[in-house]
Design a protein around this ligand. Structure first.
Ligand SMILES: [Zn+2]
Length: 194
């Protein structure tokens, strides 16, 4: 069974600090932050069927009128409470980056009927999905084609609907970013051992 807990003062302070430092355009936004816990074996939070550490949604006018905030952030309470402050900040930063003020044609922030900020969702720069079976050409989706070269794997994954607008250049950039990340992580692991 899932249970919810309103975020403690320390978490809200951390959120305010991240807003101030990284998302000053969201300073007028009121956030409802809830920690989600579960007593089952599965994850406390999922999004589209996948385990999530946190998620964010814009609250509609009806809920704002009923006394809710402008946006709601849910975090996996167990993971969040066990995380370092740097990781907690990163989780909140990620969720805040999903939000942007809605702007009119003159680029002014728009307000709703309650004079609260209107918001829009920003999608990930990279949304990465991967099926090993598709990449290796052994899955049913491959439909008898020869095994894919690495650059083609993502395209075929994309054909499954994960990232339909990706082209080869996007995949090359993504591969470069993944490589940089992997080297960075390896360097960190070496540093920790030294
Ligand atoms: Zn996200």
């Amino acid at each position: 069974m899932k249970t919810y807990e309103k975020a403690d003062g320390k978490t809200l302070e951390l959120l305010a600090a991240v807003v101030k430092a990284r998302h000053p355009d969201l300073e007028a936004v009121r956030f409802d932050v809830l920690k989600v816990f579960t007593d089952s074996d599965g994850p406390a939070l999922t999004l589209g069927g996948y385990t999530a550490l946190a998620c964010v949604r814009i609250l509609p006018l009806k809920q704002r009128t009923a006394g809710r905030g402008d946006a709601e952030i849910l975090v996996d309470g167990e993971v969040f409470d066990a995380a370092t402050e740097a990781r907690r900040k990163a989780i909140l930063d990620h969720e805040l980056t999903h939000l942007a003020p809605k702007r009119d044609k003159q680029d002014r922030p728009m307000l709703d009927a309650l004079k609260r900020p209107r918001l829009v969702m920003r999608l990930h720069d990279w949304h990465f999905g991967w099926f090993n079976s598709v990449a290796s050409g052994q899955g049913s989706v491959a439909s008898g084609q020869t095994p894919a070269r690495p650059a083609e794997c993502g395209v075929r994954n994309a054909e499954c609907g994960i990232a339909p607008r990706w082209g080869r250049r996007d995949l090359a950039r993504m591969a470069a970013m993944v490589a940089v990340y992997a080297v960075d992580q390896a360097a960190k692991r070496i540093e920790q051992r030294l």
